[in-house]
Design a protein around this ligand. Structure first.
Ligand code: PGA
Length: 263
């Protein structure tokens, strides 16, 4: 059985004081949530603070991106090696806001992913269709194209690293992110199953293991319904990860689902 995973993407939010309050509350409120992996992704500047507060706890922390380069003349870039020094285990890669606002392509994302893997970081690779692409057939072909860079176009060595580092895929319909609309559990499940089948075309065993998260307006109200679907292994959460009670409730939903499957 795949262990559920809930990731908080803080985006451009936080301050030393706010983060301190949020993380200490989260540690308290998720202390009974042992059946789920929980990750927070603050802005880079706060990774040191996350490390100080979360080291030795069950919570993990990660970054919201990494450079494709290790070092050099790349002003304002942060490498996977650097975030690893601050205890990061995860890095979000290819988020739609990076693709739209910063014009990052999937080919570039694949290079970032490779760099994360080389440094022992688990990439959370994001895919998703826009509102204009929201027709079942079209959406599937968009997702297939987006996954090509990390499924068909990467060499065996990198793919093996992806398997070893437990690559995570996040399905985030762009039309749902930051709105009050989300894919229904049924819609999300069918896309997650489609994604898992694509992974199986490269590696049947890995397809059974790879965790596929749903993202896009995950809230305490809809989390349990989504996480109960057989191919939805957790969530990538934006706004609701900034509120300790909301985020803890979402994590507890993942725990409840895991525990009900075991029981
Ligand atoms: P949201 O963001 O939960 O605020 O919709 C999700 C994301 O962008 O990862």
């Amino acid at each position: 059985m795949r262990r559920k995973l809930v990731v908080g993407n803080w985006k451009l939010n936080g301050s030393l004081a706010e983060n301190h309050a949020l993380l200490t509350q989260l540690l308290m409120q998720t202390r009974n949530c042992q059946a789920t992996d929980i990750v927070v992704c603050p802005p880079y500047t706060y990774l040191f603070q996350a490390q100080q507060l979360l080291n030795g706890s069950p919570l993990f922390w990660g970054s919201q991106n990494v450079s494709q380069f290790d070092k050099g003349a790349y002003t304002a870039s942060i490498s996977a090696k650097m975030i690893a020094e601050f205890g990061c285990r995860y890095a979000i890669i290819g988020h739609s806001e990076r693709r739209v606002i910063n014009k990052e392509t999937y080919q570039k994302s694949a290079l970032r992913l490779e760099n994360a893997l080389k440094n022992g970081i688990t990439p959370i690779y994001c895919v998703g269709e826009t509102r204009d692409e929201k027709h079942p057939r079209l959406a599937q072909s968009v997702i297939e194209d987006q996954l090509q860079a990390v499924l068909t176009e990467i060499d065996d060595k990198t793919f093996n690293m992806a398997k070893m580092n437990n690559l995570v895929i996040a399905y985030e319909p762009v039309w749902a992110i930051g709105t009050n609309m989300n894919a229904t559990p049924g819609q999300a499940q069918s896309m997650h199953q489609f994604i898992r089948n694509l992974v199986a075309m490269r590696d049947v065993d890995f397809a059974k293991k790879v965790r596929i998260l749903y993202g896009g307006n995950v809230t305490p109200l809809n989390a349990k319904g989504l996480f109960s679907m057989p191919d939805i292994d957790g969530g990538l959460v934006g706004r609701c990860s900034l509120n300790a009670s909301d985020f803890s409730e979402i994590c507890m939903s993942a725990c409840d689902v895991s525990e009900s499957v075991v029981a």
